[in-house]
Write a new protein. Structure first.
Length: 335
């Protein structure tokens, strides 16, 4: 039987965690520091034990809602794709999840748990009292050659990439530029305005992400400039180990005829592949991503509450957030 034990952060602990083949950027100290700052949450590190042998690690953060302690690994709204476990080969992910429950509800005193582990399948959750959504993500394997990657895209996508080049769109890799966050966020507002909405997070979150990840070399920031030099599109792309993630991308609507978005993605794919990254994760499924030759992967997003009341509070908070966002958008348009 597996068990979780608290694991205070140390150099030795981070070295061991970085030796696991299933490690992700969302398990790193830089990412945890980013989420802790953005959410006012407290990181939770635990080791997974089989007897006295350490066979894995758990990553999450504790926050408070309605006066209740909540363990997110991650929580929705944290702009964090996955966390969950790092496990040695052959260790059961379902058994690790079973061990998490007494740790979360007992040791940590939490009233609610949410977890999204990239290696989970629905069978890992069945019978453990979790509710879950499939929450698929679209990925591209970067193991084929560049020509094969380009050929796997939809013909219209390939034409758009060529059009961007012929139109004089230039892709720029950004380093240490404090104005990048403002460029990205201004374009993001334009993206949300198209749907009569406002961004779900502030510019401070973008700045925090850059501040924590860029010094560690885990972040690719891209700008697309039109022939006159004006920035018309941006992309924020964390990467680590074998995967690059599309954390955010935005562009101005009047300039989309120049096709900067496709050019940004194509640059990112080649950049990542050239550094040994083997997968590009679009972070979520959406029909527009299919044109890049993606494969959809289901990743269950599971949640369990200590009581039905807590579950209802969680669902009500989610609905209230959506209503508040639409209300803010209406006020913004009226001002």
């Amino acid at each position: 039987m597996l068990a979780l034990r608290p694991a205070p952060p140390s150099a030795a602990l981070w070295r061991d965690r970085s030796s696991f083949a299933d490690r992700l950027i969302f398990h790193t100290p830089q990412w945890l520091a980013f989420v802790a700052e953005a959410q006012g949450a407290t990181p939770v590190l635990a080791t997974v034990h089989d007897g006295e042998e350490v066979v894995g690690h758990f990553t999450g953060l504790v926050t408070k809602r309605f006066g209740l302690r909540i363990l997110g690994s991650p929580m929705a709204g944290w702009t964090t794709s996955y966390q969950g476990f790092n496990l040695r080969p052959g260790v059961s992910r379902r058994a690790a999840l079973e061990a998490l429950l007494p740790y979360a509800f007992g040791t940590l005193g939490c009233a609610h748990v949410e977890i999204r582990d990239r290696s989970f399948v629905a069978a890992d959750l069945a019978g453990l009292g979790f509710r879950w959504d499939a929450a698929p993500t679209a990925v591209i394997s970067l193991e084929p050659t560049e020509d094969q990657l380009f050929g796997a895209m939809a013909p219209a996508c390939r034409r758009n990439i060529r059009k961007a080049g012929k139109s004089g769109v230039v892709i720029e890799e950004v380093h240490g530029d404090p104005s990048f966050a403002a460029d990205f966020y201004d374009q993001l507002r334009d993206v949300f305005a198209k749907q009569n909405l406002v961004p779900t997070y502030s510019i401070d979150r973008v700045r925090a992400l850059i501040r924590h990840l860029e010094p560690a070399g885990h972040l690719l920031l891209l700008r697309a400039r039109e022939p006159g030099g004006r920035c018309i599109a941006t992309a924020v792309l964390p990467w680590y180990h074998r995967t690059m993630y599309f954390w955010g991308g935005a562009s101005y609507r009047p300039d989309q005829h120049l096709r900067p978005n496709e050019a940004l993605i194509w640059h990112a794919l080649r950049w990542a592949r050239g550094r040994g990254v083997t997968e590009f994760d679009f972070v979520g499924g959406n029909s527009y991503k299919q044109k890049y030759g993606t494969t959809e992967v289901p990743v269950p997003w599971a949640r369990r509450s200590r009581s039905p009341l807590v579950a209802r509070l969680r669902d009500a908070a989610k609905e209230a957030f959506a209503l508040r966002q639409r209300a803010v958008a209406r006020l913004t348009r009226a001002s």
